[in-house]
Design a binder for this molecule. Structure first.
Ligand code: SAH
Length: 449
């Protein structure tokens, strides 16, 4: 972060602006909007600016800037907006000597603070800055935010501010109050009609909101761009996040900042928490009124034990939602460029696991393999030899193509291809690591390194 965004209270504080042209005028309008007292110094003023200063009874002087002006007016901020670089330098030097933050317009090197592009829905104020690197981009982002926010947001935020004490008295716990506001503001952001806040409060109190909820959410295979909108929304609502080893830090960072994050990861041999313990945690936290996010790699219902978590919620009568994620097989397929079905090559796909519940490795296909089928193995890297042996003894041709995709969708993705005969040697010579997906079938021929 090059600069820290702060929201500065300028109410009734003096801002000294040097300059009488368009840019100085715009800054003066902005400062006036923030209710600052203006002192403007310029040798020459544009007529419109002069009108503005006079009609709003601001203080201005038609003269050159002198360092002594600072002692005289004791400003909280200084803005240099003249078109004379030498004068701007004098303003900068004098402000530094006096110890007041200064901004010399369009000269980042001479700025202690910079003006962001602003969305003003008072009391909601949003500032966007590129730290002087790409102001046009900042303005476009501002326009995008501006157009996505319903127009009456500021008004609602204002009413909410006035209603806070009433809410505090009616809803005793912070959690309840947070639910209430989230419900209201979520609807406001979707531009839904909101009744008066007291009606909304009554309605809210008539519903039982004390029971929490469980969100069983697939986070996709690793690339944060694979998250669904729904996943992201629930990630930003949850109070408690129980996450897996396969969920990356980049994804975790998108969860609500103040949520409690608990690692319950399971690796093949190293289980931090048993599945029963995880199920119990979900139920217990939800019973305490929390919204619990169970964040899982890929899709929760594909070799993810999300089904067991759902059953635990059902048994405990806890409300839950399941959100699909992009499972590793699909991510590996698209990011490596190996279609799982392809006209004329493969008409069906089978998802298999290289490791069963008891940690036994794969021990054979339980129905006949057709050559127009694609096999996809999860959790198969450590059991590769066993898998290949079983496939060959099931009668699959020795020269059948096979691909191993490690860290699919991540910058560290690696793809190794070969045949059932040579892949084990190739894997030994490589440095492929888990997690990895194994794809078997003629579709692998479509792979382009
Ligand atoms: N529910 C997850 C799968 C969990 S089982 C899903 O739908 O993707 C764990 C296995 O998923 C790993 O052993 C590996 O085979 C696979 N896997 C998960 N993420 C992966 C990734 N980014 N690249 C390759 N394989 C991955």
């Amino acid at each position: 972060m090059n600069t820290l965004p702060l929201f500065f209270n300028l109410n009734n504080k003096t801002v000294l602006i040097v300059g009488g042209g368009d840019i100085a005028y715009r800054k003066a309008q902005l400062m006036a909007k923030a209710k600052a007292k203006l002192v403007v110094i310029a040798k020459h003023f544009e007529a419109e600016f002069l009108d503005f200063l006079q009609s709003h009874h601001h203080v201005f002087f038609q003269k050159s800037f002198e360092p002594a002006d600072l002692n005289q007016h004791t400003p909280t901020l200084v803005i240099g907006a003249t078109d004379d670089h030498e004068v701007n330098l004098v303003i900068h030097r004098a402000s530094k000597a006096y110890g007041v933050p200064v901004n010399i317009v369009d000269t980042p090197d001479l700025c202690d603070y910079i003006f962001p592009a602003i969305v003003d829905r008072n009391p909601i104020v949003i500032g966007v800055s590129s730290n002087g690197k790409a102001p046009v981009l900042a303005r476009l982002i501002r326009a995008k935010i501006e157009s996505s926010l319903p127009s009456r947001l500021g008004e609602l935020a204002d009413k909410a501010g006035k209603f806070r004490d009433t809410i505090k008295n009616s809803l005793p716990t912070i959690t309840e109050r947070r639910y209430f506001w989230e419900l209201i503001f979520d609807r406001a952001l979707k531009d839904e009609t909101i009744g008066t806040l007291s009606d909304e409060l009554n309605q809210f109190k008539n519903h039982d909101t004390r029971l929490g909820e469980v969100y069983i959410v697939g986070a996709g295979a690793g690339d944060p761009d694979l998250l669904t909108f729904k996943a992201l929304r629930l990630m930003q609502q949850a109070d408690i996040v129980l996450y897996d080893a396969l969920v990356s830090n980049d994804i975790l960072e998108l969860c609500r900042r103040d949520s409690q994050k608990i690692f319950v990861g399971k690796k093949r041999k190293d289980h931090t928490k048993t599945q029963d313990e995880i199920n119990q945690l979900l139920v217990d936290y939800a019973k305490q009124g929390h919204r619990v996010l169970r964040l899982k790699g890929g899709d929760p219902f594909v070799f993810g034990r999300g089904g067991e978590e759902m059953l635990a919620c059902q048994a405990a009568h806890i409300p839950y939602q399941v959100v699909s994620g992009i499972t590793a097989a699909l991510a590996a397929s698209s990011y490596a460029g190996i279609p799982l079905t392809h006209r004329g090559i493969a008409t069906s796909v089978r998802f298999l696991t290289g490791c069963y519940q008891t940690n036994e490795p794969f021990n054979g296909l339980n129905s006949t393999y057709q050559t127009d089928e694609t096999l996809v193995f999860y959790m198969g890297l450590h059991a590769l030899t066993k898998i290949i042996d079983s496939l060959i003894s099931a009668g699959l041709p020795n020269d059948l193509p096979i691909a191993i995709i490690s860290n699919a969708s991540l910058p560290t993705q690696q793809v190794l291809t070969g045949t059932l005969t040579d892949i084990i040697d190739k894997k030994h010579q490589s440095n492929l690591i888990a997690p990895a997906i194994i794809i078997v079938g003629h579709v692998v021929d479509l792979y382009q390194p």
